[in-house]
Design a protein around this ligand. Structure first.
Ligand SMILES: Cc1cc2nc3c(=O)[nH]c(=O)nc-3n(C[C@H](O)[C@H](O)[C@H](O)COP(=O)(O)OP(=O)(O)OC[C@H]3O[C@@H](n4cnc5c(N)ncnc54)[C@H](O)[C@@H]3O)c2cc1C
Length: 470
């Protein structure tokens, strides 16, 4: 289906293959690198399938989503996005001011940087894109359409970057998504793309707030919004945690803590880290979940570009004559200009060496911005979970709070759950699948667990929604 040249393995000699290969090749199959289903040794219920992420320890991400830490300026993102000597162009979600840390940001940044590069480049120039995530693929499509010769270097053996669909029909009736996937009302263009690709979607809405004792009243985000608005009037930026405390709220109160956990699950940082001047987006009442493989979205964008998988770029040397890319295998390749989309976590770790060093403004922005953590766990059960609350502790048989059995967003209130935010996909799909999402320092702790420990932590977190042990 694709005419682009697929080059696998820097070790095989990227340059030789690059120059020699012009024949159509099959599209890459995404590597189903989700963990196999382990058998837990403990826990009240055994899932039939399990998959988890660990972006925090993934050397080509080193985190999940950029965030604006307290005290940082959102304009750092503009500084990071600034082209360097008309040779280096930077894209990726961290360079977007409007909605960093999202798929929409990646698309927007790819469009912006491709436009900047096109204006500087000569007709038919040979250019490179570093990274085959959504930003890199978006940019590559535009540059190819403009007649440039585009080579995309991707460190992994798969495309998609922080979008990762686990396609394994034996384990999952539809692909498990370990990275970005949920879309909101402002993501119309991406939703249209998915529609064109026949990717089924489901609307997720309705909350349940549940403690070990039963359902509790819904926790409103209004006080959080009010605390942010008040803090924004101050002369100095304050953290969301300090803003809440100043407003008389207790961020450790179980209901509020569960709400803050759901904010961390999309922002990637906790209330102590998050800025109120440049606040996180509060969780929307409804979002759209794609129920299909997201890789065709990226694959289609890469059509017409040469793709070199398993080719981590380790060095970028630039001067007025052009750019030389050092590939980890030891090869060095020259291009007129290069568009770089590696995640902020990689830039922070100096996983990519620049010669000369990036300008101070870029290095300042890299240091100033935060790389946040989000991890995901997917569980499929043979039996339905229990959307209805257990009897209340007073024993009168009546739950204090009416529960909507169709509610799809579950919050774990109180106790020591590591993962407090869960999506119940059963009402929308008929499958007993729940997805746990954890953000901030708890996500870092989750990423450090081995598969068995991660599964146990997930089951323990989900306990209020599981049948009581026999
Ligand atoms: C768990 C999780 C949940 C998320 N949930 C959502 C969500 O629900 N909705 C939403 O809108 N967004 C979500 N996001 C964020 C969204 O996935 C990202 O913002 C977006 O995918 C980033 O795209 P990108 O192209 O900027 O970066 P990436 O996808 O990270 O692409 C960069 C590419 O560069 C490659 N690379 C790294 N180093 C090198 C190197 N040295 N040489 C060559 N290549 C290199 C990487 O392998 C990667 O493929 C989530 C992210 C995570 C991790």
């Amino acid at each position: 289906m694709t005419r682009r040249t697929l080059l696998i393995g820097a070790g095989a000699g990227v340059l030789g293959v690059l120059l020699a290969s012009c024949t159509p090749e099959p599209a890459p199959t995404p590597t189903p690198d989700g963990s196999p289903t382990p058998q837990p040794t403990a826990g009240p219920i055994t899932p039939a399938a399990f998959a988890r992420s660990s972006w925090a320890t993934d050397s080509f991400a080193l985190g999940a989503a950029s965030f604006t830490p307290v005290g940082a300026q959102a304009s750092a993102r503009e500084a990071l996005a600034e082209p360097i000597d008309d040779r280096l162009f930077l894209a990726g979600e961290a360079t977007d001011v409007e909605a960093p840390g999202t798929m929409a940001a990646a698309v927007r940044s790819g469009e912006r940087a491709a436009g900047e590069l096109r204006r500087a480049a000569d007709e038919g120039e040979r250019v490179a894109v570093v990274g085959a995530g959504l930003a890199g693929a978006t940019a590559a499509a535009l540059l190819v359409a403009d007649g440039l010769q585009v080579t995309v270097f991707e460190a992994r053996d798969r495309i998609g970057g922080r979008i990762q669909s686990v396609v394994d029909e034996k384990a999952w009736p539809f692909p498990a998504q370990l990275g970005g996937w949920l879309l909101g009302s402002s993501d119309a263009a991406l939703l249209d793309d998915l529609d064109r690709l026949d990717v089924r979607t489901a609307a997720l809405s309705g909350d349940v707030w549940r403690s070990a004792e039963g359902d509790v009243a819904a926790v409103s985000a209004e006080p959080v919004q009010a605390a942010i608005s008040t803090a924004q009037q101050g002369l100095e930026d304050t953290s969301l945690e300090d803003a809440l405390t100043a407003a008389g709220a207790d961020p450790t109160e179980p209901g509020l803590a569960a709400l803050l956990a759901s904010i961390s699950a999309s922002a990637g940082a906790d209330a102590a880290q998050l800025s109120t001047w440049f606040p996180p987006t509060l969780p929307p009442a409804e979002s759209t979940a794609p129920l299909g493989d997201l890789m065709p979205l990226i694959d289609g964008l890469l059509e017409g570009a040469k793709l070199s998988l398993s080719s981590p770029v380790s060095r970028v040397a630039y001067d007025e004559a052009g750019v030389s890319l050092g590939i980890a295998s030891g090869e060095s390749l020259s291009f007129g200009r290069v568009l770089i989309t590696v995640p902020l976590g990689v830039l922070k770790s100096e996983g990519l060496q620049f010669a000369p060093a990036l300008p101070f403004a870029h290095r300042g922005a890299i240091a100033e911005l935060g790389m946040g953590h989000i991890e995901t766990v997917w569980l499929r059960f043979d039996e339905p979970l229990i959307p209805e609350a257990p009897e209340n502790a007073d024993g009168d048989g009546d739950p204090a709070v009416a529960t909507d059995p169709e509610a799809m967003i579950w919050h774990v209130v109180g106790g020591d759950a590591l993962i407090r935010t869960w999506l119940n996909l059963a009402p929308a799909t008929g499958e007993n699948i729940v997805v746990g999402i954890v953000g901030g320092p708890d996500a870092e702790a989750f990423a450090d667990l081995d598969d068995q420990e991660a599964l146990e932590a997930a089951i323990a977190s989900l306990a209020p929604f599981l049948p009581a042990p026999a």
